[in-house]
Design a protein around this ligand. Structure first.
Ligand SMILES: [Fe+2]
Length: 337
């Protein structure tokens, strides 16, 4: 452990007995040992395969349900004008998709929630209203997904603050699209930002996003970090420390990528104001990025297509979510005093 780490204020998570994410050896005997060492981990079968495939089916039915022309069995229909608006990274940001029943069903999966509960040492959690991701193999008509290596955390607020996650729904091998990470990058983050403090910052819409420049990428390589494509089966959950450098790559295979981002945080770490803002986002069926405390709430569900509202825009999901008590608690609403 470095002197800097010792002097640093422990995060709320550490104070409550959650994981330190400090790179030191641990002896949990499960995914947490990988996570602490590497800054990321794959939780095999967090969702039983059969249910994961059902969610993949719901995802594809959702895309077909826009009735713009996309059909899962015809790669020639992977066209911008045959699909809802999807950004170059594969994210669907609008249409209230984050509150579709099938998305909530994934968030409420016991194996997903329990993973985060183990990391934080806390059962009282809230979940982000984050986006879903489709990485099509046939990308000829889609905008290029260029590398965008980054951390999802403000360098001015160091230490372990957030564990991000995604549920993988299709086979995801070495040439299939998906997450790539720099194992061990979480432990070098403070040193990086100290030594690279004068490097010009890539513009970002939020201070909670830090992009690596070419010089930054060279620094990572010079310090022995290598990029690794994370492979997973349907139903596997991938989690990573927000400080671990990461981005997603498009497939070079013929396999489409389907993923749902799931990020949880202890209720104890958020304010009542956060919970009230989050409640409003839930009731308006708006999204929040990966931060479960609703740091950012999307202003609208309106999708813009070539500067004009998408004719298929909608304010609310196709299927309004009906949540059981445990899953509803993840909205944070029951914790409002
Ligand atoms: Fe990210």
């Amino acid at each position: 452990m470095s002197t800097t780490t010792l002097l640093q204020e422990p995060t709320p998570t550490q104070r409550k007995g959650g994981m330190a994410l400090d790179g030191l050896p641990t002896n949990y005997g499960d995914f947490r040992d990988d996570l602490n060492r590497d800054g990321y981990a794959v939780i095999k079968g967090a969702i039983p395969r059969a249910r994961a495939l059902k969610y993949a089916d719901s995802f594809l039915s959702y895309l077909e349900g826009f009735e713009l022309g996309y059909r899962r069995d015809d790669p020639s229909t992977v066209k911008r004008d045959m699909l809802p608006v999807i950004n170059e990274k594969g994210m669907i940001l609008a249409y209230g998709v984050t509150h579709e029943q099938w998305v909530w069903d994934v968030r409420g999966e016991p194996g997903v929630v329990d993973t985060f509960a183990k990391v934080y040492g806390d059962e009282d959690l809230i979940v982000s209203f984050d986006v879903v991701n489709v990485g099509f193999a046939n990308r000829e008509d889609l905008p290029e997904n260029k590398p965008w290596p980054h951390q999802d955390q403000d360098p001015a607020k160091p230490g372990f603050r957030c564990l991000q996650g995604l549920v993988n729904l299709n086979p995801c091998g070495p040439t299939d699209g998906g997450l790539i990470v720099c194992p061990g990058g979480h432990t070098l983050s403070e040193q990086f930002h100290r030594e690279m403090a004068n490097e010009p910052r890539i513009p970002a819409w939020t201070p909670e996003w830090f992009g690596f420049t070419d010089a930054g990428m060279n620094w990572l390589a010079d310090h022995g970090l290598k990029w690794v494509k994370v492979c997973a089966d349907p139903g596997d959950l991938i989690v990573w420390d927000s400080r671990t450098p990461h981005y997603n790559v498009p497939p070079t295979s013929s396999q489409d990528r389907l993923a749902i981002y799931t990020c949880f945080m202890p209720v104890a770490d958020v304010s009542q104001e956060d919970l009230v803002r989050k409640k409003e986002a839930f009731e308006k069926r708006l999204g929040t990025t990966h931060w479960p405390n609703a740091v950012h709430v999307a202003p609208t569900n309106l999708a813009m297509r070539d500067g004009k509202p998408c004719p298929k825009s909608r304010d609310r999901p196709v299927q309004e979510p009906v949540l059981d008590e445990r899953t509803f608690s993840l909205t944070g609403i029951p914790y409002i005093k």
